[in-house]
Each structure stands twice: as structure tokens, then as C-alpha cells.
Design a protein around this ligand. Sequence first.
Ligand SMILES: Cc1cc2nc3c(=O)[nH]c(=O)nc-3n(C[C@H](O)[C@H](O)[C@H](O)COP(=O)(O)OP(=O)(O)OC[C@H]3O[C@@H](n4cnc5c(N)ncnc54)[C@H](O)[C@@H]3O)c2cc1C
Length: 417
Amino acid sequence: MNEKKVVIVGAGIVGLSTAYYLHKKGVGVTIIDNTDGTDNCSFGNAGYVSPSHIIPLSSPGIISQGLKWMLNPESPFYIKPRLERDLIKWGWLFKKAATEKRVDAAVPVLYELTVRSQKLYEEIMSQENIEAGYKKSGLLMICKTEEALHHEIELVNLAKSLGLEANTLTREDIERMEPEVEYDMTGGVFFGCDAVMTPDVFMKEFRKKLIADGINIEYNTSLQKIVHQGSSIDRIITDKGEFKADDYVIAAGSWTPELLKQVRVDIPLQAGKGYSLTVPDPVVMPRLPSILAEGKIATTPMMHGLRFAGTMEIAGTQLDINQRRVDGIVKAVKDFMPQFRDQDFSLIKEWAGLRPCTPDGLPYIGRTKRYKNLLVGTGHAMLGLTLGPITGHLLTQEIVGDQPDYSSQLLEVERYA
Ligand SMILES: Cc1cc2nc3c(=O)[nH]c(=O)nc-3n(C[C@H](O)[C@H](O)[C@H](O)COP(=O)(O)OP(=O)(O)OC[C@H]3O[C@@H](n4cnc5c(N)ncnc54)[C@H](O)[C@@H]3O)c2cc1C
């Protein structure tokens, strides 16, 4: 039995996974979260558990492509111009990271983390009997143009070189795989290595399991102040009182940098807002999840409907809906999947979530150097659902003093300090 007590801030997939592994080691865990526990970025996302997503967002070509997209209010990517020091610094670091050399260094790290995390999900699902539609179904990339197909084939070659299952498909191949769905496409590729689930169902079931195990989750409780004495965190103050522990984990997604600022831990991070629309009874239900490549739209058959998710809008931490971006998703879906019409979406409530995006596309995972009992787990951007379990596992090893079974300097929390 471990005598340690840990407070985790944030009940997204990272916070819940960390609590799960700490509890298994006998650590006493309290999670605090400022929501009622029914929604955050970990609920309404596209549900992919994706080793194929090994190229970080900051990659060669993204700046020129991004500048073109910026001019179109319905495009998949947008940065709201703001004269803010944090955004300017993040943009500068993002540009610096978008080189072949930096991407070549990031790919093996993302490969290790995604593959390991997928295995951890499989263990959790079977050991805890969680039914959340988890399936290693693979993921289709549907390409309209030769140019997009060419780009995806390069990714297939990279994935294959790492031992991941991936292959190129003709238009006819896809028509055989999806006989009911009409796609306006040239062809596509298939990543057999990817899995999918219904994330909101998983989050509810996982939370139920943690509560049944005796983990204390304080919802509607907001972290306001982190109090330190020298190089140690002494306590945290919330709107519902103080919490004291041996170690503190900040896993507050896109809000983490603001919380850490008060103890002078600087992690460049911007919220990348995305939207999803879940159609409960779609005109056609694809067999497989897919990404509509040029539109950057994820389409995922889920337990309660077909979910379309997309856009990346760097515009601060507000969750308000930008209707032009949502319209852009619907337009792209109709363009790629002509069986869908405007009326299929007219009664659907939009969901918005904030991806915590680092400049180099790699998360911050580990103990801070400035404080011996402060740990951070955030910055997973488009891969946060995928990487929740491995992040919780690695943070747990760090807290209980186990030999880490994976580490990389590229994940260090203060790498930009
Ligand atoms: C449209 C879209 C599609 C996506 N699709 C995928 C996908 O297919 N696969 C994938 O792997 N990832 C996907 N992602 C990314 C993924 O959803 C996120 O990276 C992930 O959910 C982040 O999890 P988290 O635990 O870090 O943060 P969150 O889920 O945001 O949880 C953080 C929690 O901390 C709480 N908090 C913040 N401040 C405080 C405070 N002061 N006090 C207390 N609590 C606080 C928040 O309210 C929140 O509940 C997608 C994201 C979007 C937007």
C-alpha cells in the first residue's frame, strides 16, 4: 500500500487516466474539476485512437497552407489575430518546429506513445468491462484530388516503415468497402492500425468505475490558486476550499498554462477549438470511420449516431460557436458525401471543444523542474483521447517512483523555459 496522496486538477481523459493508474498503485486520489462532469474536450471528439496520426500539426508546408486557409472563414484552420504576447510566442515557436528535422524527431515519439496507449485502452476495456464501441476498425482517408492522395500515400509509406498496417486504395476498393456510401473521391488510403470508440460513453463509464473504486471527484470546483513554499507546492486553493497532497498533477487541458503562470511555470500552449455534429439517424451510416482529407473532417460511426468533427480555430479559451466554421463542416460533408443535405444537420446541436496545442505537436508530460511535487499532463492537441492512458501511466510511474518504461526529453514540461 502506497501512503501518498495526490490531487489532480482536470477530469478530462488525462486526469481520469492518471487517477486510474495511481489508484491501482494504492495512491489516494482526489480529482477536482470545474464542470459538472458531463462534458469537456474528451467527450465530443471524433473518437479515434490513432497511431496513424504520427505527423505533428507543425510540419513543413503548414504555414503556407495555413495562410491560404486564413482567408476563408469556412476553412479547416484559422488563427484569430490578437496582439497577445503568448500567441505571438506560440506562433514563432510553431514556425520554428515546422521543419523536416523537428518532425523526424517527433514522429518516433508519437509512434511509441500512440501504439502503447492503444494497448492500454484495450487492457482497460477488457479488465474493466467497459463497452464504449471500441473497435480496431482501421481508418479510411478519402481523397478528392490526386494531390491529397499523393500526400496520404507518403504517410502510408512512413507508417509502413514503422511497422504500422497501412495501404493505398483505389476508388473501386473503397466502393467495395463502403457499398452504401457515395463519396466524391479519387481514391484513398487505409490505416488498419487505428481504432475508434464513442468517447462520451467511454468517459461516463470510466468515471463510474473510478467513483466505484473510491476515487474522490470534486465537480463544480475550480482551482484558483497554487500555493508554494520554496521548491514545493504546499496546497491548492479552490472556490470550495483548500486541498493538500504530496503531489499535484495539473491536467486542465487548454486552461493549464493560465493556472501554471501563477507559479511561474511557462508552457506555451494555445487552445485549438474544434466542433462536432452528431447525427442520430443519418441518411447513410458508413461501416468505417474516415477522414475527408481536403476538408479535414472526421466522420465516425458511433454508438448513438454518425459524428462529423473538424476545424482548428486558434481563438482563445472561449467555447462560443463560430457559425461560419460549423457551416464549413457541413459544406465539406455535402461536398464529399452528396447523400447528405442541409436538412440532415438543421436540428443538430453543435458541440465545441478545445484541443490543447503545443507549438511542436508533442505533449507536456512529467514533473516540473521548478517544483519537486508538481506534475503536468497536457498539450496532446488532436491526439488527447488517444494519449490519455499512456500519459496517466507515465505520470503514475513518476509519482510512485517506478522505473519509467518510456521517456523522452521532447516531452519535458519546461522544454521552452
Ligand atoms: C473536434 C475535435 C475532435 C477530436 N478528435 C480526437 C480524436 O479523434 N482522437 C484523439 O485522440 N483526440 C481527439 N481530439 C482531441 C482530444 O479531444 C483532446 O486532446 C483531449 O480531450 C484533451 O483531454 P484533456 O484531459 O487534456 O483535457 P479536457 O478534456 O479539456 O479536460 C480538462 C478539464 O480540466 C478542467 N479545468 C480547467 N480549468 C480548471 C480549473 N481552474 N479548475 C478545475 N478544473 C479545471 C476543464 O473544465 C476540463 O473538464 C479532438 C478534439 C476536438 C476538439
